[in-house]
Write a protein that binds this ligand. Structure first.
Ligand code: NAP
Length: 480
């Protein structure tokens, strides 16, 4: 650096807190530079300072940057670039051309591209690739763009610990991973710079894995709501002239929720059963499942969590039944009429058994439901071994489906055979919703019969039907 450059740098250097300014004695690896003093630059600088790094901001207006974290230095871009090996570019892609005249100062530096776009395919190439083309002498690493300024300020919470990075230079990526780790994030190297576009699309996604389960939940809720509206409310109005529309708010909702919940829980376990039968039919596990089945399997967790949500609503609606005006009115009316007519009612042990079993199975089913939900949380599932996780999600999951299905059968009890149940020749909602779980449970029962289970286990361990003839050595059973 010439003497003139040095004096220029001195004049453009502004420290926001002279007591805490970036320590020049810090080794270069402990100093980082951030271009851009906006929202992201500010938050990132703050976290870097908290992690013990010396932070030098590069800004267009180093003298008038007022909202920077205490302890940071702010310089012009050229001077700031010389102060550190690692430079975070917290500037919109549209302004990247300001980096072109800095090509000399940026030679050999690691530039971390933090930028995102407003929509997919906004530009012909990824922002990181564009940055690399503008400054070919630097090593560009895409990363940290999936974090928000807010989450950076709040520190890495459990849900937002992951940062993705990609780039051509392994050394440059290692330097970025080291910083991410020191900030408390876990960095995942996604490969070369060609992955940058994928990383830039991440923040634009809106619950991608929830879309299908949400559509199913909304579709099922709407379909059953209108079905029950016609069967319960409109039927009473047309045939008896009774207005019981008030039932929409609690009674109808409390019918729709368990129906949707049970169907969605079945939809969670159906793809696994279909996949097993497909493997049995094909006699191998080495052929890809159809895309629709793959997609279905990938959203089982979301299906299950939504099913749990509906089950939870069912529990809440059930708990408020005793405080409903309609229920209190009916109970009082019945008691008064029993006293007035001097009637006595016999205690029916069968009804008591049925009612208690119905409630008990519902409670047990819901308890296991909650357990399934908890073990699907990443922080819990990470603490389980694969065997423990699959025991809970598969074995206890099917048990949950069995308990909830039995709970619904007990709800129907002897009404399955009564003709008055079939208003306008239509079955009640709970009967319709029993079809899918009953099919899933029957198919599962078939799969766990010893002869089928043995074949499916062999297939999953790599055995292929027909391979025995091709290679007699393989005919040894894999399971003794
Ligand atoms: P911002 O608040 O608008 O800050 C951008 C900064 O860029 C400005 O403060 C300015 O800093 C600098 N700048 C503006 N025009 C410039 C120009 N013509 N030449 C050189 N520098 C210029 O934006 P931001 O929210 O921090 O976002 C910055 C980048 O990070 C964007 O690409 C965004 O997509 C990405 N990102 C943001 C977030 C977030 O939560 N905000 C999250 C992930 C990724 P100086 O005045 O100091 O020069």
């Amino acid at each position: 650096m010439t003497g003139q450059e040095r004096s220029e740098e001195k004049s453009e250097c502004v420290s926001l807190s002279p007591m805490m300014e970036a320590d020049p004695a810090l080794p270069e690896s402990e100093r980082v530079c951030v271009f851009g003093t906006g929202d992201l630059g500010h938050s990132l600088g703050l976290r870097l300072l908290q992690a013990g790094y010396g932070v030098v901001f590069g800004s267009r207006r180093p003298h008038s940057s007022s909202r920077l974290p205490h302890g940071a230095q702010v310089l012009g871009h050229a001077a700031a670039a010389q102060s550190a090996h690692l430079i975070f570019i917290a500037v919109q892609r549209e302004h990247y051309d300001f980096l072109v005249p800095l090509a000399n100062q940026l030679k050999g530096k690691v530039l971390v591209d933090l930028s995102n776009n407003l929509r997919k395919n906004q530009y012909p190439e990824a922002n990181a690739e564009y940055l690399q083309s503008l400054v070919p002498g630097a090593e560009v690493v895409k990363g940290f763009n999936t974090l928000s300024a807010w989450s950076l300020q709040n520190g890495p919470s459990d849900a937002n610990r992951q940062v993705y990075i990609c780039g051509e230079s392994a050394e440059a990526k290692q330097a970025v991973i080291a910083v991410a780790t020191k900030l408390g994030f876990s960095a995942l190297d996604r490969g070369s710079i060609s992955v940058a576009r994928e990383l830039e699309d991440f923040p634009l996604q809106l619950f991608p894995q929830w879309r299908l389960p949400l559509r199913i939940a909304i579709g099922l809720s709407a379909a059953f709501f209108f079905y029950l509206l016609i069967r319960d409310i409109i039927y009473a109005y047309v045939t008896q002239g009774k207005d019981i529309s008030f039932r929409i708010m609690v009674s109808l909702a409390n019918k729709v929720c368990p129906i949707v919940s049970l169907i969605m829980l079945s939809l969670c376990y159906l793809p696994g059963v279909v996949a097993s039968f497909l493997q049995l039919y094909r006699g191998t596990k080495y052929r890809r499942f159809p895309d629709w089945l793959d997609r279905w399997m990938l959203c089982r967790k979301q299906l299950g969590l939504l099913a749990l949500g509906f089950a939870f609503l069912h529990v809440l609606y059930t708990l408020i039944i005793p405080i409903r005006y309609f229920v209190r009115f009916k109970a009082t009316e019945r008691t008064v009429s029993v006293i007035r007519e001097n009637r006595t009612t016999e205690f029916d042990t069968t009804t008591a058994w049925r009612s208690d079993s119905y409630l008990s199975l519902g409670i047990l089913g819901f308890g296991l439901y909650v357990l399934l939900g908890i073990t699907s949380l990443p922080s819990v599932s990470n603490a389980l071994s694969w065997r423990e996780f699959s025991f809970v999600q598969s074995k206890l999951g099917h048990l949950t489906l069995l308990l909830c299905t039995a709970h619904t059968y007990l709800y129907g009890w002897n009404r399955f055979l009564s003709s008055s149940t079939y208003k306008w020749y239509t079955p009640p909602g709970y009967m319709l919703c029993l079809v899918l779980p009953s099919v899933v449970l029957l198919l599962k029962l078939l799969l766990i019969t010893p002869c089928v289970d043995r074949t499916i286990t062999r297939i999953r361990q790599g055995w292929e039907r027909g391979a025995d003839q091709r290679n007699p050595k393989d005919s040894q059973p894999l399971i003794p």
